[in-house]
Design a protein around this ligand. Structure first.
Ligand code: SF4
Ligand code: SF4
Length: 133
């Protein structure tokens, strides 16, 4: 939209971009990219079928919450679902790998979907709330 506005002159595009900016700023963080953008919905569908996934090793997780602190879409880090699937199963996980880098236990790592085994008895806890700064 901004590109068109710059070339063809100021019009409604600026209003739409400003609306998205204000929506993200005051109503919902990552609201447009994470929840409303149709392209994002398509990527989530593609991500759901992705071959490369984040493997989750349930027994080693201490539920410290560090992964959720750095994840750009922390709702994908549902550790109950991850324990059941043996991986971060949400299509909204972008495989950015930030959680792998901060996990102190080595619980998370890249792996191929077909090499990940589902655990027999999944745990049922969520990462703790973020620590106060
Ligand atoms: S950072 Fe690692 S140990 Fe901590 S909650 Fe996340 S997966 Fe578990
Ligand atoms: S790979 Fe990125 S998006 Fe996926 S769970 Fe880890 S930090 Fe979040």
């Amino acid at each position: 939209m901004l590109h068109r506005e710059l070339i063809y002159g100021i019009g409604l595009g600026w209003t739409a971009v400003l609306g998205v900016f204000l929506f993200d700023l005051f109503i919902l963080r990552h609201g447009w990219c994470g929840h409303l953008c149709p392209l994002g919905a398509f990527y989530a569908l593609a991500g759901k079928l992705a071959l490369l996934r984040i493997r989750f090793d349930t027994p080693t997780c201490t539920h410290c919450g560090e992964c959720a602190r750095v994840c750009p879409e922390p709702q994908v880090l549902n550790l109950k679902e991850a324990a059941a699937a043996g991986m971060i199963a949400s299509g909204e996980c972008s495989n950015c790998g930030r959680c792998i880098g901060v996990c102190p236990e080595g619980t998370l790592e890249f792996n191929l979907r077909h090499l990940i085994k589902r655990p027999q008895q999944p745990e049922t806890t969520e990462p703790r709330q973020r620590r106060a700064a």
